[in-house]
Design a protein around this ligand. Sequence first.
Ligand code: SF4
Length: 482
Amino acid sequence: MSINILNSSKSEVKDAESLRQLQYIEKAKEKVAALEKKLGRKLTACTVTFGCQMNARDSEKLLATLKLVGYEEATTENADFVIYNTCTVRDNADQRLFGRLGQCSSFKRQNPYMKVAVCGCMMQEQSAVDKIKKSYSFVDLIFGTHNIYKFAELLDTCLESDRMIIDIWKETDKIVEDLPVLRKYPFKSGVNISFGCNNFCTYCIVPYVRGRERSRSPKEIIRECEKLAQDGVREVMLLGQNVNSYGNDFKEGDPDKISFAELLEEVCAVEGLRRVRFMTPHPKDFSDELLDVIERNPKIARHIHLPLQAGNDEILRRMNRRYTKESYLKLAEKIRKRLPDVAITTDIIVGFPGETKEAVDDTIDVVRKVSFDNAFTFIYSKRAGTPAASFEDQVPEEVVKENFDRLLKVVQETARSQAAKLSGRTETVLVEGVNDHDDSLLTGRMSNNTLVHFPGDKKLIGEFVDVRLDECHGFYYMGTLA
Ligand code: SF4
């Protein structure tokens, strides 16, 4: 893994809070150096990330701080500092965390100097914190999503304390710029454009654990993109829970108040960037202005992830999604017409309370009509604290399973036939790395997000190359350099 450090020198830092955190990095560095001297070896740190792209981005920031204070990155949890960045969107993420913490306790027994931290969305739930306090009392540090920017300070305190430190904030209106970030790839990077969400879909915990929507200033976003481009990044992904409502929280008359479409166009103008992605647009806020911008900017990836969640109006109403089957279909049709080379992918939940067989038929109907290029299908998972958790008409497991299988079959059919349409074409791909299963092959990603594997020299990693798509294997291609 190749890693670069951004914004780590004080001279580049403008934000007072990030300066304060850099001072804590210096203090923590001294403590790590002293412990290294005592143990006669380098200290190691491991980040374990559950959940979405936002968490992955947060973990890059956590790892940056750990490296700056002197830890070497470890790939296993048998390390001197282990941090779990948790997710709470699905129930199994909770179970996975507790399983991992159980294993971690044996490492900690062997290494008295080991520190264990848990952060992220799940820690915004009191019940999860209580469980850790009761059953995993060896954990040294717990913090939430709103104060992640204080990690250096918390780390410094943790390094000099023998007691469990818990720092959870209910909310924040703060965005701290200029914190150090370590990127996993030298050639591509996520860029946060907003944090939190105001939509309150009834099944979703995000607005409660990530807070209300806060947009970053467009100037800061562009500054970050320029810095990334100067650093060799060629592809950025703009990240927000609902990118389409970017800037809605700025007051009228605020010079920062621009739409997501305008921001996207400004990002496209950054010299050096060749591809721009975004994730996730909410269908209810998808504007014609955004379609115009995508149409006239070839740098914008030909991929739109447009979460459907359900295709039945009553279920959509109960989910508080604020669109209907018809309006979603109209939007998808408009996208297909205006941008025929764009792949449309989606998320679908099966088994939401009250979902009947007929309601699932409506969802299947949307899948067929839109012909999604791919769909991530999830079984509804009841999240404590969300309105839907108290809905009485929860669907029995066997019914959910049957509906899920029916839906999955159609999803796979449409995805396969969409993918096969590209056979024989030559596409420009960003080479992301060596193939996971066969190191004579490289793996590249097309603009529409489809992967292609092809023979090639490792020197091409991070480059854009043209690849002929020889053979479609369902969701990916085998190809040859053109
Ligand atoms: S838009 Fe809905 S599903 Fe997405 S983060 Fe916000 S509340 Fe959750």
